[in-house]
Design a protein around this ligand. Structure first.
Ligand code: FE2
Ligand code: FE2
Length: 295
């Protein structure tokens, strides 16, 4: 991608941002009551669905666990957006403010700030903890803007954005899901489409012409990131909400074919894209398989 075509992409995305964007503070009715019996997560995407532990839970407990898992995914999304803000800040810091490219990075940062606030308000409304990743993953995340650049950096961004996007698209028009969650998803899907377009174009540009050792570095880093993302979506503390031991329930979830399929479904599109860009392979393959993102 030449500088001119990079600028054209950024210009198109800036125009789209100016035409269609939301202010969740105003566009969501935060005072509307939650609907009795409606869920925050589809049943078959719950990590314990189909297990012996699931069979022992009552219907209200199942609904409660689905709510906590949705909060965990949203909390993880907020953390990913914090990491993304630092990555975009780095791009803007080193770039030319008079370029459309840097201006689009700034527009995306503004959107991500509104998204994080929107997810945070939703979690507040759900009355659950915000969860988020483990302390260890938080430390790794603070290193990411330092160690990751180019393909691994954009690949990390896309893994976070595209996996959550797939779950949101699946829920957005489902009547069994809470209207608040559906509206949050509608806003996020619409604005993320631009972010995904931007990150995919940046990844393709930066992955072209990588040397062999560089490609190996990006593949290894991305495999590690993919594993961390897949394992961090559901914080094991969610199981306490229905009186289950986090370690036992986590083990059951990892052995659960429905959960494995949920992860594979989430990563289906982005893994194919990364594979096409030559970024999936080498010694990191065992991590891709262990994550359930790639077979
Ligand atoms: Fe976002
Ligand atoms: Fe985004």
């Amino acid at each position: 991608m030449t500088t001119a075509s990079r600028e054209r992409t950024a210009d198109r995305l800036l125009r789209s941002t100016a035409t269609v964007s939301y202010d969740p503070e105003l566009d969501i009715d935060w005072s509307a009551p939650l609907e009795e019996g409606k869920a925050f997560l589809l049943q078959h995407r719950c990590s314990l669905y189909g297990t012996a532990l699931w069979d022992e839970l009552s219907e209200p407990q199942r609904l409660e666990l689905r709510k906590h898992e949705a909060a965990s995914i949203a909390g993880f999304g907020i953390w990913l957006e914090f990491v993304l803000l630092r990555l975009l800040g780095k791009l803007a810091y080193h770039g030319d403010p008079a370029s459309r490219h840097v201006q689009y990075a700034l527009a995306e940062m503004a959107e991500e700030c509104r998204h994080s606030t929107m997810f945070a308000r939703m979690i507040e409304r759900m009355g659950t903890p915000a969860y988020g990743p483990s302390g260890h993953v938080r430390k790794l995340g603070s290193l990411l803007p330092v160690v990751a650049y180019g393909p691994a950096m954009w690949g990390a961004v896309l893994l976070g954005e595209e996996i959550t996007d797939r779950y949101q698209r699946e829920m957005v028009s489902d009547e069994s899901i809470q209207p608040l969650m559906r509206m949050v998803n509608r806003i996020h899907i619409l604005e993320e489409a631009r972010h995904i377009g931007f990150a995919r174009a940046e990844l393709t540009r930066s992955a072209a012409g990588l040397s062999r050792p560089e490609r190996a570095y990006h593949r290894a880093l991305l495999a590690r990131i993919a594993f961390v993302v897949a394992r961090s979506l559901i914080n094991p503390d969610v199981y306490r909400s229905v009186g289950l031991d986090p370690r036992t329930a986590r083990r059951a979830a990892l052995e659960n074919p429905y959960h494995q399929e949920a992860i594979r479904f989430g990563g289906e599109k982005i893994v194919a894209f990364l594979d096409d860009a030559g970024l999936v392979g080498g010694p990191g393959m065992h991590l891709w398989r262990k994550s359930f993102l790639a077979g």
